[in-house]
Write a protein that binds this ligand. Structure first.
Ligand SMILES: C[S@@+](CC[C@H](N)C(=O)[O-])C[C@H]1O[C@@H](n2cnc3c(N)ncnc32)[C@H](O)[C@@H]1O
Length: 414
């Protein structure tokens, strides 16, 4: 008796999330296809049914979709593995301008919430660096202080995960790669992540791995992000290996930069006073001064405001400077051919929101390698949710005896 009450309790939040997925799906379905296309003025070509099925093991080039695509960090990485991007979505006007300048042939649309899910082309891999603001520490504290909701309760942004879930449920791609801020793991005492994990594994039946990766082994920037990788069938997947020692800032800095990137006396005095005030109050706040032999703090989307998180020392006789947009591109691992076609402000925002391309490149290689091996009949590992330990790289998994896993009938989600 005791046991069943406990079980019922445990299943309750899941039921709630299933309802939410259903709500998202109904919303998408209730938008007629023609209307969904017309609503978004950014649609360049009609969203079509490509009629491709991905049930068989993939061969040759894989098709991927790039959700919340920003400026295409995922696109670059999966392109490099011989993939073809069949659909991309981002509602930000300036990100679209950059994306189109760099990937003119991709079918890019706007707000994902207005798209009829079945009209999204069939694909092998779903990529999504879904918006992190409701989950990030800065986002949470700002929202708390404003008395607003956050996480899944954020009506405007938090539920975008459910749009991803609805697409996975309908299209059943062979794999997915999701990215978010590290704090997603601990948000709401781990409950937010637990819900996400349960939807992906129990509701959708995917075989899920996750790990926090610090980009500093491939770019001169401390940037920790959580990556969630899932496979429709059990696969032998291995996280990519990263070098022990990463590059230093000197490798990405230009020797000569325009004076406009040097801080004005006014801003530099303000930042020093601000840092002093916080230091006296015992707070850790300070600017992030570094030089050619150091590495940068995490580039944020706010960098355009004062640049305080990454300042480059220019010696005693000159105020420090901020990074140029091109240096930010390198800091995020973008190749020199990446076109920057927007204002500095927008460019800083775009790079601050982006994934680090070489991290995703390694991940894409590992995912595609796993997909090219035949699917396993049984899971090699049964992932069990638990507290991740630092010694196993943040992976909360336990090896249990092999057990075939049954997916819940699709009707449970419809
Ligand atoms: C964290 S950024 C992802 C950046 C991307 N991974 C990259 O490499 O540049 C999240 C993106 O989601 C977009 N976004 C937010 N809500 C959206 C929505 N409802 N539909 C489409 N895109 C949305 C934002 O404009 C932003 O570019």
């Amino acid at each position: 008796m005791k046991k069943s009450v406990k079980q019922a309790k445990r299943k309750a939040p899941l039921k709630k999330t299933i309802k939410l997925v259903r709500k998202v799906k109904l919303k998408a379905r209730s938008t007629p296809k023609s209307q969904a296309v017309a609503k978004s003025s950014v649609v360049r070509e009609p969203v079509a049914h490509y009629g491709l099925k991905t049930q068989a093991p993939i061969n040759g080039s894989h098709r991927f979709i790039d959700l919340f695509c920003g400026i295409g960090g995922f696109h670059r990485a999966f392109d490099k593995q011989g993939g073809v991007c069949v659909f991309a979505s981002d509602w930000d006007k300036f990100s679209q301008i950059t994306y189109r300048a760099n990937f003119p042939n991709t079918n890019l649309i706007g707000d994902i919430t207005t798209i009829d899910v079945p009209s999204i082309p069939e694909h092998d891999v779903l990529c999504a660096g879904f918006p992190c603001q409701p989950f990030s520490l800065a986002g949470v504290s700002k929202k708390n202080s404003l008395g607003r909701k956050h996480g899944f309760e954020d009506e405007r942004q938090g539920n975008l995960f459910f749009n991803i879930a609805a697409i996975l449920d309908h299209h059943r791609p062979a794999a997915f790669v999701l990215e978010n801020v590290k704090n997603l793991k601990s948000h709401d005492k781990g409950r937010t992540f637990k819900t996400i994990h349960e939807i992906l594994t129990k509701d959708l039946g995917y075989h899920v791995y996750y790990k926090i990766i610090d980009a500093q082994s491939v770019v001169p920037q401390h940037r920790e992000r959580i990556f969630i990788v899932g496979f429709r069938e059990p696969r032998l997947f291995e996280w990519p290996k990263f070098p022990e020692e990463g590059p230093k800032l000197g490798e990405i800095l230009d020797d000569k930069v325009e004076d406009k990137y040097t801080l004005t006396d006014h801003l530099w005095t303000y930042l020093q006073n601000y840092a002093r005030k916080h230091q006296e109050a015992g707070n850790g706040f300070g600017f992030g001064m570094t030089n050619r032999s150091g590495i940068a703090r995490t580039l944020s989307a706010r960098y355009h405001k004062d640049g305080s998180e990454i300042l480059i020392d220019q010696g005693r006789n000159k105020n420090p400077r901020r990074l140029t947009p091109r240096e930010c591109a390198r800091l995020m691992g973008y190749p020199e051919k990446h076109k920057i076609v927007v204002s500095d402000t927008q460019a800083y925002r775009q790079f601050g929101n982006s994934v680090v391309v070489p991290v995703v490149e390694r991940l894409a290689k590992a995912v595609i390698a796993a997909l090219h091996e035949p699917a396993l009949e049984n899971e090699p590992l049964v992932m069990q949710f638990g507290e991740p330990k630092p010694e196993d790289g943040g992976q909360a998994m336990k090896v249990l005896k092999p057990k075939p896993r049954k997916r819940k009938p699709a009707a449970a989600l419809a």
